[in-house]
Design a binder for this molecule. Structure first.
Ligand code: AHR
Length: 335
């Protein structure tokens, strides 16, 4: 079974895969071990290397990919890298050795993928990136399905500028160092607040909370106790989990989250919308984790010999007090 120069010699034709995706026929999901050996003769076998389970977003993303694979009758070899790039690289190597039909990769960091992606390419195994982009040659992957993280950061910054009339001292909880959403959300936010001389990120109060609730809380606690802690008027968290951790720290410090200190985050999941409805988060920019259907459509297209655009941007919305009730009433959110 090979993917060769756009010609697919497969167990299933792409048309059959398309049918399965459309019908959504339920079948068992594949194993959870990247090293568990190849699949049977009549199923597509794919590898999925996931970053870990650091956030609610990540769990929802894993579920979306696994459900889409099951609906298409694809055997999915799932590997949870537990936040370590080296585990992802080892999983990819294992997928190549097992001669999977395609690989879906949610890369932890932007850099460091050149060698393993070259090996996948040499083995004629197409790679579809989901969630996060990478640096390096665009020839090393088929397409990237992801949100525009710079735009998300910009939306968050513009919202805060409007809400504070351009006057605000900000603490920032950054995502995992080196990850595309941490780099890009910082960039977009800075672009937006740079237009407002009265807005600044307080010196020393921008640190990584690694996209987790526990670290978000710890870092916010340290910020509040620091010499500049009294200046904080808003916290910009690169994801909902860190924002929810920060809220705990703010409350334990005897302050009102959402009022004494505004809270702005990214992801827009159900937990953040609940906090928004309770007035503890002021704004959350959506980042949809439901990438499974698009990821398998992309795999199907690639196995069918099509060339895809290098990036397929997922559209995001912004949630605040003006639309949260409506969104919750329609259950138009991820959880
Ligand atoms: O790459 C997407 C980010 O990773 C989400 O915003 C965050 O919650 C996750 O951990």
């Amino acid at each position: 079974m090979r993917y060769l120069e756009g010609i697919v010699l497969k167990k299933w034709s792409a048309a059959v895969l398309a049918g399965a995706l459309a019908v959504g026929a339920l079948a068992g999901c594949g194993g959870d071990d990247a090293g568990s050996g190849g699949g049977g003769d009549d199923k597509l076998v794919m590898g999925f290397s996931q970053v870990g389970a650091e956030s609610g977003w990540r769990t929802a993303n894993t579920k979306s990919i696994q459900e889409s694979a099951a609906a298409a009758g694809i055997e999915l070899k799932f590997s949870d890298a537990q936040g370590k790039q080296e585990n992802q690289i080892a999983a990819l190597r294992s997928f190549v050795t097992q001669k999977v039909d395609a690989i879906i990769l949610a890369p932890q960091k932007e850099t460091g993928w050149d060698v393993v992606l070259r090996d996948a390419k040499r083995a004629n195994i197409p790679v579809v990136l989901v969630d996060r982009g990478i640096t390096g040659s665009p020839d090393s992957y088929a397409t990237l399905i992801a949100s525009d993280f710079v735009a998300e950061g910009r939306m968050a910054g513009e919202w805060l500028a409007k809400a504070t009339n351009g006057q605000c001292n900000i603490a920032e909880l950054q995502g995992t160092t080196g990850a595309a959403p941490a780099i890009d959300r910082a960039k977009g936010f800075r672009e937006a607040i740079a237009k407002h001389p009265g807005m600044k990120i307080i010196e020393g109060l921008s640190q990584t909370g690694d996209f987790t609730r526990a670290k978000g809380k710890d870092v916010m606690q340290a910020f509040l106790k620091s010499p500049n802690g009294g200046q904080i008027q808003a916290v910009y968290a690169h994801n909902d989990d860190m924002a929810l951790g920060a809220i705990q720290a703010i409350e334990e410090a005897g302050k009102k989250a959402g009022t004494d200190i505004k809270v702005v985050s990214v992801d827009g999941g159900k937990a953040a919308l609940d906090a928004l409805a309770a007035g503890k988060i002021n704004c959350s920019v959506e980042c949809s984790p439901r990438l499974g259907p698009q990821a398998f459509e992309a795999v199907q297209a690639v196995l069918n010999g099509q060339t895809l655009p290098k990036q397929q941007v997922v559209k995001d919305r912004l949630f605040d007090s003006t639309n949260v009730q409506d969104v919750m009433a329609r259950k138009d959110y991820w959880e």
